[in-house]
Design a protein around this ligand. Sequence first.
Ligand SMILES: C[S@@+](CC[C@H](N)C(=O)[O-])C[C@H]1O[C@@H](n2cnc3c(N)ncnc32)[C@H](O)[C@@H]1O
Length: 268
Amino acid sequence: MKNPEPAPAEAGELKQCCAALYESEATRWLLGDSFHPGGVRLTERLGVRLGLNEHSRVLDVAAGKGTSALFLAERFGCQVVGVDLSARNVLEARQAATARGLPERARFECADAERLPFTDAAFDAVVCECAFCTFPDKAGAAREFARVLRPGGRVGLSDLTRRGPLPAELSGLIAWIACIADALPIEAYRQCLTQAGFATEAAEPHDEALGSLVKQVEGRLLAAELTVALASTLPARFDLTAARTLARQAREAITRGQLGYCLLIATR
Ligand SMILES: C[S@@+](CC[C@H](N)C(=O)[O-])C[C@H]1O[C@@H](n2cnc3c(N)ncnc32)[C@H](O)[C@@H]1O
């Protein structure tokens, strides 16, 4: 069963909680630079499948601290705009663009994926990694992707997937903002894109990328529990036990085939 659509006030809070989670030192330490399974290796695959080149104008929606956007600008020579709801992420992305000599090719703005501050048909490609499933209004976000893309432009989505209902323990608030609770079956992502006017070209499972990331998180949580020095770097309110339980439950759901990761390419 899909979680019921949250009411607007609740939806705003969810988005802010999600942005705050990905600003926290603990999350950054657990995940590393890329806040999605597969890291820049999977981002490169997305870029290849989108056919990016030095003429492409790319929008990275929910760009985190800009790791993928900067990678795409360097690897494919394209122009990238990254948007994220978190002001801290946007600031760090801008600093990283300057440090890497990319401020002309990669710029970053604070914006909501469901209300993109761009004119119609402004981009050739939209990228959205490990964030679409956290958007309370997925249909609205998909319509925004279509609106800002030129006709024939492509969207590349990578996200968490579920097969069948998720166990109850993976449906709570923390699981939601950690992107798990509202993971959809691949078919439901396809439908969202189809309803927004896209035709899906490719859908690839990448469950192993999620498995590796969860193992990395579990390893770091275990290290923090065992090492006083590491544990002291975590924020006071960080619940190490709850985080370890969630990571273990996620790993078990991946093993049972209930939770996975996918890459989708669709054309407008
Ligand atoms: C799992 S992280 C993925 C970040 C980035 N795409 C990456 O792969 O490194 C999710 C990101 O979505 C951002 N976010 C959540 N809701 C958003 C929204 N409605 N609009 C824009 N960004 C949002 C969060 O601030 C966070 O940086």
